[in-house]
Ligand binder design. Structure first.
Ligand code: GAP
Length: 444
């Protein structure tokens, strides 16, 4: 039996396809499990979130540098990081229905969650790294791996970046980009995908200061979700890891209350000196991995505090948080009562921030002119087809916070009607002040 929350996910998935937000990759071939495409209304949302993260984590800080590394690195990187030997899940197959499961996600490892048969194979290790070959020969010597996390190239590039940017410890290096994991069981829409975007920052410091930096980044990341993205605090929580990696001193997940339950959107990890010492050992380039601290007169492996989040998960959180259906309010706009599907997205991340809707095709000239002016400052859409009510509904479904209607009075009073998505109220705004009005509402 489906629960109301299963329904919510099903409705969200359907809306995302209908409105070109997110849909299955290669759908005409039946799709490919764990891969998702972001359409005309999903790509701008994703970019907006990534830009907010970059601004908050890199551009507004003097002690964090940016990186854009390759997806494929030297295979030794993954041997040093431990991914080739340890980055695996235990899996088991049902010998009846042939489905495959992660053992740690099963209630009873002896019973198939899909068909109920008690015919599971003994659990065995399954490495999650995606493999490819570099060059014309497809043998082990030419094997390479798609990165499973964006942070490893940061460790490898640490010294080059430090020297080039003239940074002293403590400082951080951040990057956003694709990661790949051959997940056994991709699920919950984009939540667990096989190709996904990570946004990671590795902060390098002296061991004695690392706990303070951990607390600092914990707070900063919490603020990003609550203050920058506007997620209500009661829908977020901190989950402290009780089982820590042998090198780690502290680790936490920031979790969001998804329709399918509390789950992780970000990890803040104290990684100790593990990564830097492993890369020193495997590359035999210790000088690239250590730091001479002039103030302390000491050479040491930096201790790393990491903040690591998934962009796709953040977008899914924003969509789940924004999805709403209301009925009575449609009456306010003089229509019959019906269900209004609306995404109450934060205007900073909405794929369309302002839609320009001429009341009549006769007003297309000046309305288009206004649209061309607004799109220099905001993500805009121009829509002239259908009744004004239908056009509002379409914009509601993609979360457009402001609909700007150009009407016959606009010709005389040089003002437009702005309709607010959430309050469903309307304001008359002079055309000359419209850019400032929208700027204040969106970014103020
Ligand atoms: N460098 C540390 C690291 O990668 P992780 O907990 O494995 O840590 C960090 O991943 C974040 O990356 C997660 O909190 C999640 O947001 C995102 N992530 C991980 N696996 C994912 C997947 N299969 N699909 C989507 N996002 C994923």
């Amino acid at each position: 039996m489906s629960t109301p929350n299963d329904d919510l996910m099903a409705k969200l998935v359907a809306l995302c396809k209908r409105r070109g937000i997110i849909f299955q990759s290669s759908e005409m071939y039946g799709g490919i499990n764990g891969f998702w495409d972001y359409g005309p209304k999903g790509a701008p949302l994703k970019r907006a979130v990534e830009q907010l993260w970059w601004k908050y984590m890199v551009e507004e800080r003097d002690n964090v540098e940016g990186l854009d590394s390759t997806i494929i690195c030297h295979p030794e990187v993954w041997r040093a990081s431990g991914h080739l030997s340890q980055f695996s899940d235990m899996m088991t197959d049902c010998t009846v229905c042939k489905k495959r499961f992660r053992v740690d996600q099963m209630e009873d490892p002896n019973t198939c969650p899909a068909c109920g048969a008690k015919a599971m194979t003994p659990p065995r290790e399954f490495n999650l790294m995606m493999k490819t070959f570099v060059g014309p020969v497809f043998d082990e010597e030419h094997a390479a791996y798609l990165r499973a996390e964006t942070c490893q190239p940061i460790f490898v590039d640490f010294n080059t970046i430090r020297v080039a940017s003239r940074q002293k410890l403590p400082f951080g290096i951040a990057q956003t980009g694709k990661s790949f994991r051959n997940e056994i069981n991709p699920r919950n829409f984009t939540f667990r995908s096989r190709e996904f975007m990570q946004m990671e920052m590795e902060f390098f410091c002296h061991e004695s200061e690392s706990m303070d930096w951990f607390d600092y980044w914990h707070q900063e990341r919490w603020n990003f979700y609550t203050k920058i993205l506007g997620i209500p605090e009661e829908k977020l929580r901190i989950h402290w890891h009780d089982k820590l990696a042998h090198y780690a001193k502290k680790a936490l997940d920031i979790e969001y209350l998804f329709p399918f339950g509390w789950d992780e959107i970000e990890g803040v990890h104290h990684r100790g000196t593990w990564d830097m010492s492993r890369h020193a050992e495997f590359s035999k380039q210790e000088q690239e991995c250590k730091y001479f601290d002039q103030d302390r007169k000491e050479t040491y492996f930096p201790t790393v505090v990491e903040t690591s989040c998934g962009l796709d998960r953040i977008c899914l959180m924003l969509l789940c948080n924004a999805y709403d259906e209301d009925t009575a309010d449609t009456k306010k706009e003089g229509m019959d009562e019906d269900v209004r599907v609306v995404l109450h997205l934060n205007p900073k991340v909405a794929p369309v921030q302002a839609a320009v809707l001429p009341l009549s095709k006769k007003l297309e000239g000046p309305a288009k002119e206004l649209y061309c002016k607004l799109r220099n400052s905001f993500r805009c859409e121009y829509d002239v087809t259908g009744s004004i009510g239908k056009r509002y509904r379409r914009q509601d479904e993609v979360g457009t916070p402001f609909c700007v209607t150009y009407d016959f009075d606009s010709e005389n009073d040089h003002a437009v009607t702005v309709r607010l998505r959430d309050a469903m109220t309307q304001e008359r705004v002079p055309v000359t002040g419209l850019v400032q009005w929208l700027t204040d509402k969106i970014y103020g």
